[in-house]
Design a protein. Structure first.
Lengths: 283, 283
């Protein structure tokens, strides 16, 4: 097992299994052929071609698109075709921060293969015996990846909230980190991936932060999504990422990115360039 | 002017203007149509097709390929068709560290559009009045980009030397940094770009390092390639990168990567994701 195995997991998808969902000339989602056939049942909203999916003529602004697609998703939900419904909106965009073409229910982002955005915080403690990282264990009742290991904070980006604002909200909900402490987190870039998962195609950019925490701080979960936290020497975190699948499938990208940025994975590693390249989706 | 302008400069090339140079089924270089026509004059070495360039049958190992291509380059040099000859070899590879398909004269890497590798060191000083960065001014007689501003250390990767070993060698030649000081530099990943320049197609990965230097250290150029060094507040470096073209064309990528990793360019910037994406070549 190696870092490259963890990266490969995050890049596993077959372009031939999807039709691009094209809006205003841009691919904003990717729809499996099975889902495309179901969308073809709503011709007043979706124009489903053999090679691509589009919105029906006339659906040309944020409000009308959002309303029309919400109607379709509501019917699909009623038939049990949209698992893990969250009641939370995601923007449909190419890049974070641009004006969205529409908004959709979070659970449908995987179904329609739209771009998703997350925030991940590496929780760090410097001590006399070296650098340590906080590791969370996801609750056994989480909808996705129950019981897997996770970053201190790892959350999806909700519609209409700034990235850092969202990070601060998640830091409180997931780890009980007060806003003034979370605000010290340093944004360090992102990782991105596209892969086929049971819930659909995940096409995600996770914006990453490093947060140095005082030695006396202990995280405490508020929202019930984390079972426990533990503080590990960074070498142990990296070995567990490299040698096991104990972390949530995409968490290794964030931790490997941390390790690359801080020289913990160094140019002497024969896979160095390939690891570095693997932290982002190649278009 | 913006960071995105600096990035765009590093991504300016027209795929239609080149034919892939394919070796063992992999594209290891890109040759302009003009150069391809010249290579067609050496049919015992190059098989030049309309859509691609290959090596002649029988040239199937490192030694025979390197010798045959060196012969062609020698003749082209004699005709004045390989400017800036260096007498230094570059490996022809897809990724740093793999067994090279052959080696070629450094000056021919741009001509044949092969992958190039460099090392760049951000020279940093923490002081009571904030973070500062050493900026070099390239000598007026440098072959490429004379007089432009540069990183503290910025060099091409020679054949047969490890990345960090190469960084330490360049740190001495360019900035008079002793090996034990240079060894404290932290590798932090890389930036990559592909762009058309007067000397040909530059397709480069620059491996980046952060080096914190003591306040009392002053860099001193050894090899005559740097005219002077000065220590600037980081905000001034970033403003100069963003608002002018005073730095060598590819130096901004390294500095912008530094700024992203350290939160100096933050998610509040509406271009954040696009800047982050622009630090690497999309294939």
């Amino acid at each position: 097992m190696s870092y490259l195995d963890r990266i490969a997991t995050c890049r596993r998808w077959d372009p031939a299994a999807y039709r691009p969902w094209v809006i205003d000339g841009r691919t904003l989602g990717r729809v499996s052929h099975g889902v495309a056939r179901r969308l073809a049942g709503f011709p007043e909203v979706f124009v489903v071609g053999d090679d691509s999916v589009a919105l029906a003529p006339g659906l040309d602004d944020f409000v009308s698109r959002s309303r029309a697609v919400a109607g379709v998703l509501g019917e699909m939900k009623a038939r049990g075709e949209v698992p893990h419904w969250r009641g939370e909106d995601y923007p449909v965009v190419e890049r974070w921060g641009e004006a969205p073409a529409l908004k959709i229910e979070r659970a449908a982002a995987a179904l329609l293969g739209t771009h998703r955005f997350g925030v991940s915080v590496n929780g760090l403690v410097r001590s006399a015996d070296g650098l340590k990282m906080w590791v969370a264990k996801r609750a056994a009742n989480k909808q996705t990846e129950p019981g897997k290991l996770d970053n201190l904070v790892d959350g999806g980006k909700t519609f209409g909230m700034g990235l850092s604002e969202n990070m601060i909200k998640e830091a409180w909900e997931e780890a009980g980190i007060q806003a003034e402490l979370a605000a010290a987190a340093i944004p360090t870039g992102a990782v991105s991936f596209r892969c086929a998962r049971p819930e659909g195609l995940l096409d995600e950019v996770a914006f990453c932060y490093d947060l140095e925490l005082p030695q006396e701080f202990t995280p405490q979960n508020i929202d019930g999504e984390v079972e426990s936290f533990s503080l590990w020497p960074i070498e142990e975190v990296l070995a567990r990422v490299r040698d096991t699948e104990d972390f949530g499938f995409d968490v290794p990208l964030v931790i490997i990115d941390f390790a690359i940025r801080h020289g913990l994975i160094a140019p002497g590693d024969p896979d160095y360039q390939e690891i570095w390249e693997g932290l982002r989706m190649a278009e």
